[in-house]
Design a protein around this ligand. Structure first.
Ligand SMILES: Nc1ncnc2c1ncn2[C@@H]1O[C@H](COP(=O)(O)OP(=O)(O)OP(=O)(O)O)[C@@H](O)[C@H]1O
Length: 245
């Protein structure tokens, strides 16, 4: 297990971090969901939040996005405490989102455009093509993968400096996943925006991540720099297996 970055980087460079979690604890029904979770996500990075089912990834992302609060510990997002003040600066793809089923994709996107001040029309047009969105389709009759692509578009068409994606590939077929990961996300990763992505699709994201946070049973198991892993002859997948096998 490579914890070499954990003790130093994660705690010392707060102002360079888009996200700072310190000693975050969360319980639900007396069960510990997150236990003393501390890590930093450097600005401009594409950080993967990886771990087995039930590790606590979605619970953590919801708190970073300000949708729930920790029982103890602190979370800072872009220099401010997580919560209302930073809602407009982050774009979240939730693990279980509900889009209004009675709308067509086109009507939904018009609504989203009016909802989000940072909506980028040009990028939305490009994403409609690359994600193959049928604007005439009613959301209620979309397949899981079609709805997932529309949700992803809604998230990526915004210019928010922090993008949080919780399982962006759920229900998305293999070719679409590869397209999404290799073109869309890498296009947007201009070094200015920060991505935090929870996913089980490690192979598709292998080349995109520059940082990893590995979590299991509510505890951080490893924080690693992908370049350092590669220099040590490891891949994201091999590191994951090493930590969790
Ligand atoms: N409101 C809640 N009440 C009780 N238990 C909860 C609640 N929310 C989450 N949990 C539990 O907390 C644990 C972590 O859940 P979470 O959804 O954060 O994990 P995850 O890493 O995102 O999992 P997956 O990869 O399967 O999506 C799970 O055991 C889940 O059952």
């Amino acid at each position: 297990m490579d914890n070499s970055n954990y003790s130093n980087e994660t705690f010392s460079s707060g102002k360079d971090n888009a996200i700072d979690c310190r000693d975050v604890c969360l319980k639900a029904k007396k069960k510990k969901i997150l236990d003393q979770v501390s890590f930093g996500v450097p600005r401009g990075s594409i950080t993967g939040l990886l771990g087995p089912n039930g590790a606590g990834k979605s619970s953590l992302l919801r708190m970073i996005a300000g949708l729930s609060t920790p029982d103890s510990g602190s979370i800072h997002v872009l220099g401010e405490p997580a919560g209302e003040a930073v809602l407009g600066k982050l774009s979240l793809l939730p693990d279980r989102g509900n889009l209004p089923g009675w709308l067509t994709a086109g009507k939904w996107l018009s609504f989203a455009q009016s909802l989000y001040p940072d909506w980028n029309d040009t990028r939305a047009e490009q994403l409609i093509v690359s994600l193959k969105i049928n604007l005439e389709s009613r959301i209620s009759v979309m397949s899981r993968g079609e709805e997932a692509r529309l949700q992803l578009l809604t998230c990526l068409a915004r210019s928010a400096p922090l993008v949080i994606l919780d399982e962006p590939f759920t229900g998305v077929d293999m070719i679409s996943r590869e397209q999404i990961s290799s073109t869309v996300v890498s296009e947007l990763a201009d070094g200015e925006r920060t991505f935090l992505i929870a996913t089980h699709d490690i192979r598709e994201m292998e080349l995109l991540f520059d940082r990893l946070v590995l979590i299991k049973d509510g505890q951080v198991q490893s924080v690693a720099d992908v370049e350092q892993l590669r220099r040590a002859g490891k891949s994201v997948e091999s590191h994951y297996r090493e930590v969790f096998a």
